[in-house]
Design a protein around this ligand. Structure first.
Ligand code: PMP
Length: 364
């Protein structure tokens, strides 16, 4: 090492906004009832597993994947009823698509706007790419504050707006009419993030042709494919063609492409699982609401946000009893004493409720 230069330490080299970040935390979950990450709790029927096993056995994993993923894109276009003239871009999870969009528009001073509380990666990715992030607070009941949002759009002139529909972690869907007003007012792109579409079943995909600045993003993670890492963006070729330039050529591997296309051929099975999750969601909401001291928010997604005194202690008590959910207390002022539980199987939900009752009793 030359003595004429400073010691190279991360603090001197890494950008300030990255130094200031905390990495996205994923806690260990082995042997726990895992209700923290909005996964589908069901496994697949044996016949479909056998079909997948055969596909994997025959897959050309010595070759790079089909960079255009034509077969998978055709399956997606079919199951989403993609309007004519619209295209699909695939991501290694929709997280990657958020990053790709931000990278594309991150001119100096460009703004990424979202609402708060919402999915934390919007803000994190703005920092990754050096964009200014603006978060417009939701109303107290977690509905969209349309006036404040439109004012912020007018003031900040964001290049990119993300709206999760339904929203994570609050679980509600904003009024579609309010979202349309935002799309009409926005000077840049508006991305409607339909990660939880399977449980809400209302979509902006049919409206793509009406708005030149609208893109719709979805993920297969909540529909039983979280382990495959696959998300997509639907929109006009004019936009997607530009974004394709930034997509790393082989971002979706051979196995995810094959397995996802196979699962989409059995879309009915996945939709039936989502339907069952919706029914269990109603029961879970009722069971949560019946517990003294718990306030549970209605949800259009596959999770429920609830408020309870001493939330962090409750979270830890659940962990000690073998149930992992998500602690949102301390993450955002509007989420004081809030926890989020993913809807699991009937048995998992029952065990969670019993553990919650037991924990709360222990804290009294
Ligand atoms: N959008 C929203 C609103 C989410 O909640 C999530 C995951 N929790 C994602 C996008 C990212 O999903 P994935 O990267 O698994 O596709």
């Amino acid at each position: 090492m030359s003595s004429s230069r400073y010691v190279v330490v991360p603090e001197r080299l890494i950008r300030q906004e990255i130094l200031a970040l905390n990495a996205y935390h994923v806690p260990p979950a082995s042997d726990m009832i895992k209700l923290d990450a909005m996964e589908n709790p069901y496994s697949l029927p044996q016949e479909i597993r056998d079909e997948i096993a055969q596909l994997v056995a025959d897959a050309a994993i010595n070759r790079y994947p089909d960079a255009g993923a034509s077969q998978l894109k055709a399956s997606i276009a079919k199951v989403t009823n993609l309007p004519p003239g619209m295209d699909i871009l695939l991501g290694n999870g929709s997280d990657e698509i958020i990053q790709l969009l931000a990278l594309a528009v991150a001119k100096p001073g460009a703004v990424l706007l979202s609402i708060e509380p919402s999915f934390v990666m919007y803000k994190m990715i703005a920092a990754f790419v050096g964009m200014k992030y603006v978060g417009v607070p939701l109303a107290q009941d977690f509905s969209l504050d349309l006036t404040a949002t439109l004012e912020a759009i007018e003031r900040e002139q964001p290049a990119l707006v993300f709206l999760a529909y339904p929203n994570n972690p609050t679980g509600n869907s904003f009024y579609a009419a309010a979202i349309k007003q935002i799309i009409e007012a926005a000077p840049g792109l508006v991305v409607v993030d339909e990660a939880y579409y399977a449980f809400a079943r209302d979509s902006f995909i049919p409206h793509l042709a009406h708005y030149d600045n609208l893109l719709v993003m979805r993920t297969f993670s909540k529909l039983g494919m979280a382990g495959l890492r696959l998300g997509f963006l639907a929109g006009a070729t004019a936009w997607l063609g530009q974004l394709e330039k930034l997509r790393l050529p082989y971002n979706v591997g051979v196995l995810p492409q094959l397995v996802a296309a196979k699962l989409l051929a059995h879309h009915d099975v996945l939709l039936a699982q989502a339907e069952s999750i919706k029914q269990l969601r109603s029961k879970l909401l009722a069971a949560l609401s019946a517990i003294n001291g718990v306030y549970a928010y209605p949800s259009d997604a596959n999770f429920i946000l609830f408020r309870v005194a001493h939330a962090t202690q409750v979270f830890e008590g659940l962990q000690q009893r073998g149930v992992l959910i998500k602690n949102l207390n301390g993450g955002h002022p509007a989420l004081l004493d809030c926890l989020r539980v993913t809807v699991g199987t009937a048995d998992e939900n029952q065990k969670f409720i019993a553990a919650l009752q037991d924990t709360i009793r222990g804290l009294l």
